[in-house]
Every structure is written in structure tokens, then in C-alpha cells.
Design a protein around this ligand. Structure first.
Ligand code: NAP
Length: 290
């Protein structure tokens, strides 16, 4: 199976390449921004068609959620139009497509978990462009749409790394406690996506680590699991104004994964414990290398 992965300089794309290699795939092409600019429709179509993969893992996206409120045109060009071109190209060459989407396609006003076919009502530019991207992926019938949230992985910026950085010179931090969701470890997600790629069970899925928490709960666990004595002051979203509106409820129901024969991801605490180990290993390697 010839695999193309977009966004390999980001968190998820990086770990998908690693997982594919671990599983013995050897026809893998990772695309960075430099190899294929999603904001250039012609370049996207020609690149994918010329490579003629059996599957595209489409992880690249404009992910600066707050800046997107100002750069809405660019965000739309990359997340919506770029994705549309990928879907058209995949259809032309009969390739499977895995499109990574987000909890931000929901408004967060529901009082319980969101199911895959619940009404979508994005509240910010980023969420809207990703949702329109979802709609366009349906051009290609052989598509998986996988909605994830609160992503963390070794290759990029994320909330966990920010908390650990803050702990270097803070004894207390303010963290939002009224947005509830689930973290998603890219190592765990990559395993699921590679498993999906081997099937024809196309459709929309939710995939995050198991269990729900607030950002404040997550920060507390990060400090506690690293033996760091940092106090978390639990603040409200209204105390921390941001340009882009975020959903209060990002709880994604994942029953469909199991119903379709896929494995649920481990608990988010288990994922953080393993990420801590991964970060420690990376630190040791850096010390040896430099
Ligand atoms: N991060 C989250 O919390 C989160 C939550 C829900 C869903 N998601 C979705 O999950 C996927 C993976 O997220 P992630 O955290 O791995 O993202 P990330 O680390 O921010 O990486 C984004 C990737 O997209 C690439 N990219 C940006 N603009 C591009 C362009 N014009 N052309 C080609 N490539 C471009 C970036 O390359 P450069 O760095 O070279 O620009 C980078 O490799 C994305 O689709 C995202 O929307 C993320």
C-alpha cells in the first residue's frame, strides 16, 4: 500500500509516518508545506495525482485557532479548498482518504456527549473551515473523517509542553476549568488510523483517548505525574478572553469505533504517563547528540 501523509512537520503527521514504518510499510511519502502548499489548488491536485497513492492521511491544516479569526481567507484556502483538492485528486486515482477533523465543528451547547451525526455548528473560523473541509471530502466515496480534540505529540507545540515549560518558573498557573473534553495522544491515534486504513469501513468517527477532563484537570495531572509542585488556579473561560470562541462541551462519543471493530484508545491519564516517558527519552537523546 502506497501511503501519502500530509503535515509531517506537525504532531500527528510525524507519528503516522513512525507508525507506518513500525508496521513494516515501506512505500511512504511524507509531505511538508514545502513539498505541497495546500493553499495552491493546482499544486495539490498535481502532487497527489502524480504520486498516485493508495491512501492519503490528510493531517496538514491551518491550526492557529485564534489567528484564524484574522486570517480567515488563508485558513479557508488551506483547510477547506486545500482539502477539497485532495478529495478530488483521491477520487480521480481511486485512493482512500483519511481526513482529520476536530471537536470545534460542534458548538458545545449539548448537555451530553456528541455523536458522529449530531448537528454541526462551528463557532469559530477554524472550526468552520474544518467543517467545510469535511463536507468536501465526501466528493471521494472512500473517505474516513476522524474527529479528534486536544492533540498532543512529541513533534510540535501543545498544552502539555506549555504546562511543563511554565512549571520551570511558576509555582502556580491559571487554567480554564469550564471547558470539558478529551486529550488525544498522536501515538495512540496513529495506530488507530493505520488500522482504519486497512479496511473499507468508510464514514465519520470520533477518536480521542478515553475519559473526559477539563483543561485544569489535565494541567493538574501533568504536574502531579511529573512530581512538580505547581498549584492550578481553576479559572472560567470568561476570565480568559480569547479571539476565537471555544466549545464548553467537547465530549465526543466513541462507541462507533468499537461497534465497527476498532479498538478504543487508552485512557488520557495512561497516554500522559507514556508521553512523559517519551519526553524524557527525547531529553536524554538530545543530551547524547549535542
Ligand atoms: N492540535 C489540536 O489540538 C487539534 C485538535 C483537533 C483537530 N486537530 C486536527 O488534527 C490535524 C493534525 O493536527 P496537528 O496538531 O498535528 O497540527 P500541527 O502540529 O499544527 O501541524 C500542522 C501541519 O500542517 C502543515 N501546514 C500548515 N499550512 C500548510 C499549507 N499551506 N500547506 C501544507 N501544509 C501546511 C504544517 O506545516 P508547516 O509547519 O511547515 O507550516 C504542519 O505540518 C489537523 O488537521 C488539525 O486540524 C488538531
Amino acid at each position: 500500500m502506497k501511503c501519502v501523509v500530509t503535515g509531517t512537520s506537525g504532531q500527528l503527521g510525524y507519528d503516522i509516518i513512525k507508525e507506518l514504518k513500525n508496521q513494516g510499510y515501506n512505500d511512504i511519502i511524507g509531505l511538508t508545506h514545502k513539498d505541497m502548499d495546500l493553499s495552491d489548488p493546482f499544486e495539490v491536485q498535481t502532487t497527489i495525482i502524480n504520486l498516485k497513492p493508495d491512501i492519503v492521511f490528510h493531517c496538514a491544516a491551518y491550526t492557529k485557532v485564534d489567528l484564524a479569526e484574522e486570517e480567515s481567507k488563508l485558513c479557508e484556502q488551506i483547510n477547506t479548498i486545500g482539502t477539497k483538492q485532495i478529495a478530488i485528486a483521491c477520487k480521480k486515482i481511486h485512493a482512500k482518504l483519511i481526513y482529520i477533523s476536530t471537536d470545534y465543528i460542534f458548538d458545545g451547547n449539548k448537555n451530553s456527549e456528541y455523536f458522529e451525526d449530531d448537528f454541526c455548528n462551528p463557532q469559530n473560523v477554524y472550526g468552520m473551515t474544518k467543517y467545510l473541509g469535511e463536507l468536501y471530502t465526501r466528493i471521494n466515496p472512500n473517505t474516513f473523517i476522524v474527529r479528534i480534540s486536544w492533540v498532543f505529540g512529541i513533534n510540535g507545540k501543545n498544552f502539555i509542553k506549555t504546562m511543563l515549560k511554565l512549571a520551570e518558573n511558576h509555582t502556580e498557573v491559571n487554567v480554564i476549568c469550564d471547558q470539558i473534553g478529551s486529550p488525544t495522544y498522536t501515538v495512540d491515534l496513529a495506530k488507530l488510523l493505520v488500522a482504519m486504513a486497512q479496511t473499507e469501513k468508510y464514514g465519520t468517527y470520533h477518536a480521542t483517548n478515553e475519559g473526559f477532563c477539563s483543561w485544569a484537570d489535565l494541567a493538574e495531572y501533568v504536574f502531579q505525574s511529573n512530581g512538580l509542585d505547581v498549584k492550578v488556579n481553576r479559572i472560567l473561560t470568561s476570565d480568559y478572553p480569547q479571539k476565537a470562541k471555544r466549545p464548553f462541551n467537547s465530549r465526543l462519543n466513541k462507541d462507533k469505533l468499537e461497534n465497527c471493530g476498532f479498538q478504543r484508545l487508552p485512557s488520557w491519564q495512561d497516554a500522559i504517563d507514556r508521553f512523559n516517558q517519551e519526553l524524557k527519552k527525547e531529553k536524554v537523546l538530545k543530551k547524547i547528540t549535542f
